[in-house]
Every structure is written in C-alpha cells, then in structure tokens.
Design a protein around this ligand. Structure first.
Ligand code: P1T
Length: 383
C-alpha cells in the first residue's frame, strides 16, 4: 500500500501527476469547451467542459486530497457550491444553520431557497445540546461555519457529527475560515466540506471559486449531477490559479496564524479596545474545542473599540494604511472589513446585532506581511 503523504506534501502533490501529453509538471490550462470523439461515444474521458475539464479534474483531486476526502468538486464560487448543496433538499425540509455566518450565505438561504420551500432556522451552535433542542423530524441538514464569520465562534465538529448521525441529518461544514491546514471536518464525521476557495485556498485575491468534498459515493454522484445539470462551474484558468495557490497553502497559513496571534495580543492589551474575538485566547468561550479540532487559530479576528463606538470604528478603519478596506479575506495582503455595512449588510440589523455584529465591529484578515509593519499600522490608526 502507498504511504500517505503529509499535509504539507499533499498540497503540492495531492492528486497530481505530470501531464501525460508532454510531461508538464503543472497541469496545463485546458482552454477548451469540447473534445474530439473518434466515433460517437468514443473519447478520451472528456466530452464537454461543463461536465469536466482536465484542469478542473486536477484541482478537484487536489482539494479532495488536502481535505482527506474521496471526491472533490469545483464550482464557480463558494456560493455556487452552497447552492448545489441546497439542491439536495426537498420543499419542507428544515436546515439548522449557525446564527453567525457569512451574510451572502444568509442571503442565499433566505432570499433564494426559502421561496422553494426550504425552511431555515438560524441558531447559536456553540453548545451542541442547544442544537439538539431544535431538531424536528423534518431537519435534514446542519449548516456549520467554524470559526464563524465574523464573530469567530467555534463549533464542536465531533459533537455536531455525533448529533447528525444520531438523527440521520447531513452535516455540511463551511471550512473557509480555517482552511484544511487547520482542520479537516470530514475527519470529525462531517458529510460535506465546503470552501470559498476564493480565500485561503487560492490565497492571492485574484480569483472566485468554490469547492465541495465528500466521502460518500452516492452523495458525490448526486452533487456531480447537480454540478453538471445546473452548470455553475469554474473556468480552467480559475482552476489553475487555485491549484497554484494551494501549493503554498501550508507556508502561507503558518504565517497568517503567527501574525494574527501577535495582532490579537496587541489589540487585547490596547486601552482603546473593548473586545477582541479570536479563538486563541484562553478566555474564548470555546477555546478548548478550538484547541482540540484546530492545529492553530487562523488568520482572522474581529474587534470592537471602546464604548462600542461606531465613530471610532470608522476612524480606525479609514486611518489604516497597510490594511486595505475591502470585502474578502484569506489573501496574502492584510484587509480590514466593516461587516455591518459590507459582508453582513444583507442580514437585517436586529438579527445581525443579536449575534454580535454591531456597527462598531471591525474584522481583520491578517496577511503575511512583516508583523511589525501591521502592528505599527494598527498602532497609528488607534492613536
Ligand atoms: O465569495 P464566494 O467565493 O462565493 O464565497 C462565499 C463565502 C462562503 N462562506 C464564507 C465563510 C465566506 O466568507 C464567503 C465569502 N466571504 C466574503 C466575501 C467575506 O468577505 O466574508
């Protein structure tokens, strides 16, 4: 039996082999929509690029390898991947989703899929026992983000998987914030792991792409059917870019995590900061779970300035010089975001504030620049 490679080798070699045509070490970008057949149905495994494309196959195999799963699928965006998962369900089915999640996910669920009869309940998932209370015979899917966007809540993946199994519920985990470098949800018993590969997997803020990884053959077949039938697939060039990004995932993540830890500590002791949300703090409500299921604490953190002052939050955001004010996260460059007006604006104010997304909340995607420069930037903005 072949010995399984370590994660830091799988990012580079997982599912990859030199291209059979000329031995290209990187998978060529197969810019083709269709493939010649020598007789009807007689082809080399590829017929039409919505169904499959060799560059996409290379990426799909690689993503499956780094998530320690069997089947990988790539989509035109993270939301397109989620859209495919929702199409597994039937009208009347209930979905329990975490109450703190990406605003676009909330929008997809409530503004698109509710109209097709799916029923969503957004609940706090920090404590598995609370989740259990919301299960009904119609509950078919758990939608989990951990760490959550943007409050950095941690959800117990093993506990959720046990609960899901006991009630025959599918557990889907959005692993965007952690990346497979930090945690591999299938290992804890999740059924589906989803990524906005736009973020850490691609890592360079130059592409939009989504992915799903599953172990179950039947589930993979159903999702592949939806992928082809609905057609929200990425271009070969985008697949190439994400594949190239993944090859450095482990070294980037190491630095993202180191830098974020130092910035979290800096903000935590700063007199003008009221609260810092980062799962690496021992005082974080689910720090113990984070330590159990993650290899480190990630490159994301959120904070609120003193007195929860929106005016001060605005002043900090606009004073930053290295942190760029922009949507998205997970790229090599540091970004600052204002969830209430940007990534989470599609969640009604009263609902988003219940989960902590107040107007004064600031989110940081800590990049891999010299941490001294990042801390100096925050220091000058805060003064
Ligand atoms: O942007 P797209 O690739 O479609 O992915 C959507 C998505 C899904 N899940 C999570 C946890 C996400 O953070 C996102 C996208 N998020 C941002 C753009 C953001 O700035 O939070």
């Amino acid at each position: 039996m072949k010995k399984k490679l370590h994660f830091n080798s799988l990012t580079i070699h997982g599912g990859q082999a030199p291209d059979p045509a000329f031995g290209a070490v990187m998978p060529p970008v197969y810019m083709t929509s269709t493939y010649a057949q020598s007789a009807p149905g007689d082809h080399k495994g590829y017929e039409y690029s919505r169904t499959h494309n060799p560059t996409r196959t290379a990426l799909e195999k690689n993503i499956a390898a780094i998530e320690n799963g069997k089947h990988g699928m790539a989509f035109a965006s993270g939301l397109a991947a989620m859209d495919a998962v929702m199409k597994l369900l039937q009208p009347g089915d209930e979905i329990l989703a975490t109450d703190d999640l990406y605003g676009g996910s909330y929008r997809l669920f409530t503004k698109i899929f509710e109209a097709y009869g799916l029923v969503f309940r957004f609940i706090p998932m920090r404590d598995t026992a609370t989740v259990a209370q919301h299960i009904t015979p119609k509950t078919k899917l758990f939608w989990v983000e951990t760490p959550t966007n943007p409050m950095m809540n941690i959800i117990d993946l093993k506990g959720m998987a046990e609960l899901a199994k006991a009630h025959n519920i599918t557990l889907a985990v959005d692993n965007t914030f952690a990346s497979p470098y930090l945690q591999q949800p299938l290992e804890f018993g999740a059924d589906i792991v989803m990524h906005s590969a736009t973020k850490y997997l691609a890592g360079h803020s130059d592409v939009i792409l989504g992915s799903l990884v599953v172990n179950d053959d039947t589930l993979a077949e159903r999702l592949r059917f939806i992928q082809n039938a609905s057609g929200a697939v990425p271009s070969p060039m985008d697949c190439f870019l994400v594949l190239r990004g993944i090859k450095t995932l482990h070294v980037r993540m190491e630095r993202h995590c180191e830098n974020a830890a130092q910035i979290a500590a800096f903000l935590q002791q700063h007199p003008k900061i009221e609260q810092v949300y980062w799962p690496g703090f021992e005082t974080h409500p689910n720090h113990t779970v984070a330590k159990q299921q993650m290899n480190a604490f990630g490159g994301m953190l959120s904070f609120v300035p003193e007195k929860s002052s929106f005016a001060m939050a605005q002043k900090i955001i606009t004073s930053l010089k290295i942190f760029t004010l922009a949507e998205s996260l997970g790229g090599i460059e540091s970004l600052v975001g204002h969830p209430a007006s940007m990534t989470h604006a599609s969640i009604p104010k009263a609902i988003r504030e219940k989960s902590g997304v107040v107007d004064a909340l600031i989110r940081l995607s800590v990049g891999i620049e010299a941490v001294e420069d990042l801390i100096a930037d925050l220091d000058q903005a805060l003064s």
